[in-house]
Write a protein that binds this ligand. Sequence first.
Ligand code: Z57
Length: 799
Amino acid sequence: MAFDVQEFKKEYQKKFEELFAYGYEAGSKTEQYIALGDLVRGLYSEDWIQTIMEYNKKKEKQVYYFSMEFLPGRMLKSNLLNMGILDCVKQGMEELDLDLDEVARAEVDPALGNGGLGRLASCFMDSIASTGLAGNGNGIRYRYGLFKQKFINGYQIELPENWLRNKNVWEVRKENKAVIVRFGGDVSFTQEDGDGRLRVRHENTRDILAVPYDTAQVGYNNGVVNNLRLWSAEIPYGDEARFSTEEQREEVKRITEVLYPDDSNYEGRLLRVQQEYFFSSAGVQSIIRYFKQLKLDWSLFPDKIAIHINDTHPTLAIPELMRILLDEEGLTWDQAWEITKKTVSYTNHTILQEAMERWPETMIADLLPRIYQIIQEINLRHIDKKTPLYGEELSQRTAIIANGQIKMANLAIIGSHSVNGVARLHTDILMADTLNDFYVMYPQKFNNKTNGITQRRWVQIANENLTAMLDETIGTEWKSNPEEIKILKAHRDNKNVLDKLEQVKLSNKKRFAAYALQEMGIEIDPTALFDVQIKRLHAYKRQLLNVLHILDRYLQLKDNPNADLQKRVFIFGAKAAPSYYYAKQIIKLINSIAYLINNDPSINDKIKIVFVENYGVSLAELIIPAADISEQISLAGKEASGTSNMKLMSNGAITMATLDGANVEIRDNVGEDNIFIFGLKSDEVQEYYRNGVYNSRDIYDKNPRLKRILNLLIDGTIPGVETEGRDIFDSLVMYNDEYFLLKDFDGYLQAQYEADVAFSDRDRWNRMALMNIASSGPFSSDYTILRYADEIWKIKPQS
Ligand code: Z57
């Protein structure tokens, strides 16, 4: 981008004065940030217009990524990086006596997602633009993002996250692109004269206006600027009379008021399904409007449009597309069904039963009567067609409607042409087990797309030290072609490079140590081993197993203050769903243990525990570059992929892992010597579930080391956790330990011991870190997205 430092300084000063009517020096950080963001938006606006015009002109096939969640993180620096002006702006700000990083921190991190699924959507948006693909995001502009987490007396407290309190400089409200989404009403059929076909009349609906807010997705140094469209619910213009009471108006606003805070857990709430239909319908409507303006035959719709649904949350896009093609455009069922199936593809992100969406039939019938009819018809035709081929039993097991419930995964699979899992192991389990009935029927629909991450945010922005070191050592090709980072392997025995790597890590650890001291008053030693577990709090992710290991070390040091153990800092970041009582108990337990251990002088600071408040994208950018160990210890078979495992690996952390999700592929890439693997394998877990012989009480009785640790939970050692300690103890010992923590405990300790040994040999550890960084290229979401484009969406990068 043609832009120099002097020009930037002039433009920035001008922009600030235009916005705030005084000089930038006197402005607050927020104002300084808003002026910069506003200026940056102006700089890409021409490319943004140009990109959209090109797609239209060339009638390029486009993909629409429908996702209930997006977690983009702060956008200022990623936009500057992708526009190629990060260094120029940093320099200019410095000359204006401003610190870019400080100004950038004034941006509110938009928390429009819960965890992995939402962050994956944002990595994908970045990669779609950066690989030059014609792609759009479609989602919800929540008025309040994921709750802000506070700890009070060790307990999680949730506060509303008013992310829009300051101006959002990136979004553009497009009132002229608004559409109406209809709820409720009565459906009837009339015989039209002439062709004699049935026409649908859908009357007395509650109409809600969906207003799009568009945000640019800037590609990396390629001039492409795609669009992320987030919808907001409003009262239709001129319809104010129908929403005369405050309550009626509130009801409209409620639809896009707040993100549901549950990750991998389904809550059958009416408002949730309203949200799902709202953004699915609005998205499909705006696609239809675009397609009609191309003036092509409807049969060409799948050649121009791909709709991808991120998990089952946007599945109502399937019957909604059917509805429009049938009722509004007059296509026959068979025509509409062919188009719909060819257009839609679906990603499954979990095998956990509690995460599977099932809506009561009556709820959908009342809320979306026409959509309900269409789902019934899809189901009837499915059963009619499959029963003679596969028999009654198997066909019925794949029914969309059963026992008064509508199963969204079944609808998503039947109504799409592609079903993918998010890591090799996960996809294998889907085909062999969870979705085997469907795999038998539609083997050609199933495929794997292992998740990925964008190294632009997770290395270039989050870890500037490492970026500089890599540029110096292997050149800059890795930035546009992440696989090229493998060149680093050539330096694995170069002492000079290994030392530099250690210095990079140390400076990142110092940065985190400063944060821990400043924000939490905890003093940590930056030369200690930083052991990191950052992810949603969930029983299957087994933060508790990490806790058992910490308690084991604590006891070892209590017994022998000179025990030969590496100094460690255990870092946790995790939010619990507000209604997930057990997860909240685990938070309280960890905080209590942190208090106990951090304040016990007898262990000589050999263990510190830092549980950061309000973990999210921005804190991840601080923690990940500082990590030595990456904890990926879910029960094998439960974590679909994981993506923090990839981010941590890219930043030189060594993975401590079960063979779950993408950990398996990480091991394959990095090699046995550069990872710590332990625990049950997925098939062993399955076998235990099948034969029911697991007995955790038995392990407790027979393993004195473990027994002593577990007893700490109930003997008053840990202050302030009477009920939590007892409940957690019971879940592990009395209620048979659903996630096999006790079974995996010994293997975990052994792996942790080996990690200690490895860390004490600095060259060895640095070499392992180097090998992890050098092996992380294949986990770039650029490659993942190119495989989606090639194999599922059938779109090609623009030249
Ligand atoms: C979510 O974050 C994930 C799965 C879900 O079904 C829902 Br709902 C939310 C996560 C998986 O748990 C991770 O293993 C995976 O890496 C991530 O989705 C992205 O695929």
